[in-house]
Write a protein that binds this ligand. Structure first.
Ligand code: SAH
Length: 480
């Protein structure tokens, strides 16, 4: 991140703009939304030639919304200024503004000139006091505009009013203890009671809605023991989370997550949530299951909302039962949110189906390991032609699996599609056969699913949707 976003207090700030044309007008339109004292320097002539002054600027000046000086900027004009915009649309004049700004220690923005600017003005979605700033560090202004349009559509116009009225109620809400209780109150106001009251009675109805919601929460303060949600995080791409998983992550007080969960997914948790990494990474040391169970129980007992975030789907090789049984024994309420399992992610990555009419009417989810070591299976069935199996945790067991299958009559040329880091940016697909399987997995460091009996089809240009591919597609679409 080269450009760090901050929100500048403009209440007592002086902001200087040089130039009197379209570029200056565009910047002034934004600046006039702020409380800054704005001064515009627009000389009547530049390099000896007369320059026109935009009528908007004249109008704003006569309405007293800005101070207009029909002369060039001089050093003392910048004393005490917070920001200066060079908007003269003239390289020499803007360079002079930049030099004067720097000499006075003022942050400079030269319009449409990223490299000469100390700061850039983001695209803005304005629901004052809720303001969303979107920046792409100059890389993709079209994309920024597209994101802005999406957010404009998504944030109801009432958002700002809800927030403004809420601000006047913050003291009253302090009657609720800090933390989850208070958050739940505000969440209910913003999600349901606030918008509903606004629809029915406009802004004046919001105070009453806040009072009712608060009374309800104060009365219910005694209840609400903790709760654990066991949530499948999918194979890696955050886009493959369910809407419910996102919502739960957004509310969680504590997130107990497998170490392998992609950082992009963890980012979606509430910033204040306590994040605890458990489980094991590759073949490294692991947290004992009893410790994980105890962590969930301890946090839930304090009344916290715990999300136990597991890779893929929690019910597939996820030790779900051990955790739910421990929660039951402790009398803690829990629920499971399904996720996309690695086999589904891998199949999607290669555009193949796990079952197929006329080929296989069943698919097996197989683990390369169990608690005793390499896992024994019904090898006879797995060796049958046309059989499809998704083998999890199969890298280390590859030679063992190969030996058992060949021994039970599987053809050496049985296709195997290996998908490593399925759905992640570093996804790799390797097509091999049973004969070559151990060599084919030898250099794979990431988690991999072995799709036995599946040949990857030749992918069309659309290909698997890795996050990177999606961004490229979005960009192309935006640029069309
Ligand atoms: N509950 C998980 C599986 C946990 S076991 C699920 O439903 O997907 C861990 C194994 O899952 C790994 O050894 C690997 O075989 C597989 N796996 C998990 N994420 C994967 C990914 N993104 N790509 C390929 N395999 C993955």
């Amino acid at each position: 991140m080269q450009h760090f976003p901050i929100f500048l207090d403009t209440a007592a700030a002086r902001v200087v703009v040089t130039g009197g044309g379209d570029a200056a007008v565009a910047k002034l339109r934004l600046l006039l939304k702020t409380q800054a004292r704005i001064e515009v320097f627009a000389p009547a002539t530049l390099h000896g030639a007369a320059v026109d002054l935009a009528s908007d600027i004249e109008d704003w000046a006569s309405a007293g919304r800005l101070a207009l000086h029909r002369r060039a900027l001089v050093p003392c004009d910048l004393i005490g200024a917070r920001l200066v915009y060079g908007a003269a649309e003239d390289a020499v004049d803007d360079a002079r503004t930049r030099a004067l700004g720097h000499r006075a220690g003022v942050l400079v923005n030269i319009v449409d000139n990223l490299s000469d600017s100390d700061f850039i003005t983001p695209a803005i979605v304005d629901r004052d006091p809720v303001v969303v700033a979107i920046g792409t560090e100059g890389a993709a202004p079209v994309l920024a505009r597209k994101i802005k349009a999406d957010l404009e559509a998504r944030l109801p116009a009432a958002t700002g009013i809800l927030a403004r009225v809420a601000k006047t109620f913050r003291h009253a809400a302090d009657a609720l203890p800090m933390g989850r209780k208070r958050r739940d109150f505000w969440a209910q106001y913003y999600d349901t009671t606030g918008p509903r009251a606004f629809e029915q009675g406009g802004a004046p109805a919001l105070q009453a809605a806040l009072q009712d919601t608060l009374a309800q929460h104060l009365n219910g303060m005694a209840d609400g023991p903790g709760h654990v949600d066991l949530v499948g995080a999918g194979p890696g791409d955050p886009d493959l989370l369910t809407l419910r998983a996102r919502r739960l992550l957004d509310r969680a007080d504590v997130v107990i997550h497998d170490r392998l969960i992609a950082p992009e997914v963890l980012e979606l948790a509430r910033r204040e949530a306590l994040m605890i990494a458990v489980g094991k990474e590759g073949f490294g040391p692991s947290t004992p299951q009893d410790t994980i169970n105890q962590l969930m129980i301890d946090h839930a007992t304090t009344g916290a909302h715990v999300v136990r975030l597991k890779g893929g789907d929690a019910s597939v090789f996820g030790r779900l039962d051990e955790e739910t049984e421990a929660l039951d024994a402790a009398g803690i309420d829990w629920a499971v949110t399904p996720g996309i399992t690695a086999a589904s992610g891998a199949a999607a990555a290669v555009g193949q189906s796990l079952t197929r009419r006329g080929r296989n009417s069943s698919v097996r989810l197989v683990s390369g390991h169990d608690t005793k070591g390499f896992a024994e299976q019904d090898w006879q069935a797995l060796a049958r032609p046309g059989m499809v199996a998704a083998i999890y945790m199969g890298k280390r067991a590859a030679r063992f699996i190969q030996g058992r299958l060949l021994m039970h009559g599987a053809a050496a040329e049985t296709p195997v599609t290996i998908v490593e880091n399925a759905t992640r940016a570093d996804q790799r697909v390797r097509l091999t056969t049973l004969a070559e399987l151990p060599q084919a997995v030898a250099d794979m460091a990431g988690p991999a699913v072995l799709l036995l009996g599946v040949t990857a089809r030749n992918r069309s240009a659309k290909g698997a949707t890795t996050p990177a591919a999606e961004i490229t597609a979005m960009l192309q679409e935006a640029l069309q």
